[in-house]
Design a protein around this ligand. Structure first.
Ligand SMILES: C[S@@+](CC[C@H](N)C(=O)[O-])C[C@H]1O[C@@H](n2cnc3c(N)ncnc32)[C@H](O)[C@@H]1O
Length: 448
């Protein structure tokens, strides 16, 4: 029997992520549940997998610097071993160079025996010449620099440079390469922010209130969410600050009928129930029937009893089942997810610019289909976790040009204390490097 080895396990997981487009988290969880890895090896596995995924672009730049065969030409197994080795050499101080090199050569002997010599040579050279790495010149090739330095796909870096000046794009690129903070939303159906803060403090958890959302905490201590005090009792849920603000911008009132058309897993649905003090009705639907269970479980845990779920395709005018008109509609649309790259380090390598037109077409179709379901005077909030103009201002402007009965409401006027989050036209646009939250967009539309 081979000895359990965190580097081998990390290699196998990275292989599945790359070959099968599998998400890393369940694969890591499964490996940890098997219980073969013990003590610090468990942490090392997680660190290696996420570290390599987060730094993949930069690690490939190092491969291109130190290997005669460029990253694009190497066999996948060899490239993965090199990425793992370079990550240990350049990012893990606690691993001695000799261990990083020897363990990588041993791994290569198992998964790519003919390349063991190459792995040894590349890693030893990288260690010798580590202070002489040349990054692309930002003046001549700003997108190439951001892509290599901050591990972003080049087309995404080009998009940032189209929207921000170089300094801003660099700050964004850096923020997108870092892990996202753990942010909670207090469940005001069961407790208050002050009471939860006291409970967390008594449990030895360091938490600070979020800057913009009145419902949030940023957790500064390292702890699994399910072990935080109050989790079992449903006193909070995990939700990024930007996402918390979206429901606030829709501002549903107690007793209203609310339609949440792209609701799974239900982060905003349960928040809407809180804001409505659990009075009224929320119809929460999603095209993915399997995901409705997640909304139901979350609503049950948090005591959001006014939520009723239904499977539906929001691009179809007859959706949702249940009929009738609604006072508020939330369209938290499927999107490219370019605002949440720091949460999905594997996903950023699967995206392609060619995906955008199809995504935009779906977003337009959803708005078109649900608009008739809003009562006159009612409010619709369109939101995405994308930073692109096409999916945001583009979709909204297109919709408004076709629907003279809808007007854009200026969030600056409605939420004057939060002006820092809004554009001149009154859209909500958050950025990780500016606001410390996900890249997010929302537009508030009122039907005349
Ligand atoms: C951004 S996520 C929603 C997140 C959710 N609102 C929350 O706060 O937890 C977008 C959701 O839209 C769903 N979706 C995609 N296409 C859809 C469609 N045509 N009709 C309804 N839901 C759709 C996806 O299954 C996904 O769950």
């Amino acid at each position: 029997m081979t000895r359990p080895n965190p580097r081998r396990s990390a290699y196998e997981i990275l292989l599945r992520v790359e070959r099968d487009r599998a998400f890393a988290e369940p694969l890591i969880d499964r490996e940890l549940v098997r219980g073969l890895l013990a003590g610090p090896d468990r942490g090392l596995l997680t660190e290696l997998v996420y570290g390599v995924l987060r730094r993949q672009g930069s690690l490939d730049h190092l491969v291109d610097t130190f290997s005669a065969t460029k990253s694009g030409k190497l066999e996948r197994s060899v490239l993965l071993v090199l990425r793992l080795g370079l990550y240990q050499l350049f990012h893990l101080d606690r691993i001695p160079v000799s261990a990083a090199v020897n363990e990588s050569v041993n791994l290569a002997k198992q998964v790519a025996p003919r390349a063991a010599g190459l792995v040894n040579a590349v890693l030893r050279r990288a260690d010798r010449e580590r202070d002489a790495v040349a990054w692309p010149d930002p003046a001549r090739d700003p997108a190439g620099y951001l892509a290599a330095r901050y591990s972003a796909p080049r087309w995404i870096a080009e998009g940032w440079l189209g929207q921000l000046d170089f300094a801003g794009a660099e700050l964004l690129a850096r923020a997108m390469a870092e892990p996202a903070p753990l942010t909670l939303r207090v469940n005001t159906l069961r407790t208050t922010r002050d009471s939860l803060r006291t409970l967390l403090r008594e449990g030895g958890i360091d938490a600070e209130p979020t800057r913009y959302s009145p419902d949030g905490f940023r957790i500064l201590s390292r702890s699994p969410v399910t072990l935080l005090p109050g989790f079992e009792e449903g006193l909070f849920t995990v939700q990024d600050e930007a996402s918390q603000l979206a429901s606030r911008f829709l501002a549903p009132e107690p007793g209203q009928r609310v339609l949440d058309v792209c609701a799974a897993p239900g982060g905003k649905t349960t928040h809407l129930a809180q804001l409505m003090e659990n009075r009224g009705e929320i119809c929460a639907g999603d095209i993915a029937e399997k995901k409705l269970r997640r909304i139901e479980e979350s609503a049950a845990r948090l005591g959001a009893s006014i939520v009723r779920t239904a499977p539906f395709d929001a691009t179809r005018p007859e959706a949702p089942a249940g009929g009738g008109a609604f006072d508020r509609i939330l369209v938290d649309a499927p999107c490219s997810g370019l605002g949440v790259l720091r949460r999905n380090p594997e996903g950023k390598w699967w995206k392609a610019p060619g995906d955008l037109p199809g995504i935009v077409a779906t977003q337009r179709a959803i708005l078109e289909a649900v608009a008739p379901r809003l009562v006159p005077g009612g409010v619709l909030l369109y939101s995405t976790c994308s930073t692109t103009v096409d999916e945001n201002e583009g979709v909204v402007d297109d919709f408004l040009s076709q629907h003279p009965d809808f007007v854009l409401e200026d969030l600056n006027a409605l939420f004057p204390g939060l002006a820092d989050l809004f554009t001149v036209r009154g859209f909500f646009r958050s950025w990780p490097h500016r606001h410390g939250m996900d890249g997010f967009f929302a537009a508030r539309l009122r039907k005349q």
